[in-house]
Design a protein around this ligand. Structure first.
Ligand SMILES: CCCCCCCCCCCC(=O)SCCNC(=O)CCNC(=O)[C@H](O)C(C)(C)COP(=O)(O)OP(=O)(O)OC[C@H]1O[C@@H](n2cnc3c(N)ncnc32)[C@H](O)[C@@H]1OP(=O)(O)O
Length: 184
C-alpha cells in the first residue's frame, strides 16, 4: 500500500499516500527514469490538439489547464476555478478536480514516451476549493508493469506550496495510436 516516487528530490514531494492496492505497483515493478525524449513527445502531442476538455484552448466549457513544466519526472499544471466549475455553492465540483487530476496523471504517463488512457483513478478530497482559486497540480509515475503505468499526484490551492486539497492515484494503460478516433 505504500511506495515512494522513483528518485526523491526537492521537486518530488513525499508520497501522499492515496493509493489503494489496485493503484500500487506490484513488488519489483520498476519506477521509470525521467526521460527528456518522453517530455518532447508529450509536449508535441499537447501542441497538436486543442480539443481536450482538460487543457484544450478550443474547449470553451473546459478547465483550460495550463501545463507549466516537467522536472525530474514530475509534471506540473494549473487552472483557475471558474463559476461554471461549481458543485456546492461557491466551491469547485469534485468531478472538475478529478478531471484536473486525470489530466496531470495522464501527462505524467505520456511523459514516459507512449500513449496512455485512464484505467482507474482514485481521489481523496482533503479541503474545499473556492471559486476563483488557482489550483496547482503535480503528478509523477510510481512504477511500470507491462502496459500499466502507476501514477500519483496532488493538487494545492493558491500556489505550488499551498495547502493540499486533493490527492490522487491511478493506473493508466498503454494503447496504440489506433485507439484514438480522428476528430470529425
Ligand atoms: C492528446 C495529448 C494528451 C497528452 C496528455 C494526456 C492527458 C490525458 C488525460 C486524460 C486521459 C483520459 O481521460 S483517457 C479516457 C478515459 N479512459 C478510457 O476511455 C479507457 C477506456 N478503457 C479502454 O479503452 C480499455 O479498457 C483499455 C484500453 C484501458 C484496456 O483494454 P485492452 O487494451 O483490451 O487491455 P486489457 O487486456 O483489458 O488490459 C491490459 C492490462 O491493463 C489492465 N487493466 C485494464 N483496465 C484496468 C483498470 N481499470 N484498472 C487497472 N488495470 C486495468 C489489465 O488487467 C491488463 O493487465 P495485465 O493482464 O497486462 O497485467
Amino acid at each position: 500500500m505504500t511506495s515512494s516516487p522513483p528518485s526523491p528530490s526537492a521537486s518530488r514531494p513525499a508520497r501522499p499516500g492515496p493509493a489503494s492496492s489496485r493503484t500500487t505497483p506490484p513488488p519489483g515493478a520498476p519506477a521509470p527514469a525521467p526521460s527528456g525524449e518522453g517530455a518532447a513527445v508529450m509536449l508535441a502531442s499537447l501542441a497538436g490538439f486543442d480539443g481536450c476538455f482538460g487543457c484544450g484552448s478550443e474547449a470553451e466549457s473546459g478547465l483550460r489547464i495550463r501545463h507549466t513544466g516537467v522536472e525530474d519526472g514530475v509534471v506540473t499544471c494549473e487552472f483557475t476555478v471558474r463559476r461554471e466549475h461549481q458543485g456546492a455553492p461557491g466551491l469547485c465540483h469534485g468531478g472538475v478536480l478529478a478531471t484536473a487530476m486525470d489530466e496531470a496523471l495522464g501527462g505524467a504517463a505520456w511523459l514516459l514516451g507512449n500513449r496512455y488512457v485512464t484505467g482507474r483513478l482514485e481521489t481523496d478530497y482533503l479541503a474545499p476549493v473556492p471559486v476563483g482559486s488557482d489550483v496547482h497540480v503535480r503528478a509523477w509515475c510510481t512504477g511500470l508493469d507491462g502496459r500499466k503505468a502507476y501514477l500519483e499526484g496532488e493538487a494545492r490551492v493558491g500556489g505550488p506550496d499551498g495547502p493540499v486539497a486533493v490527492r490522487a492515484a491511478g493506473v493508466f494503460i498503454e494503447v496504440p495510436q489506433e485507439h484514438f478516433v480522428p476528430e470529425s
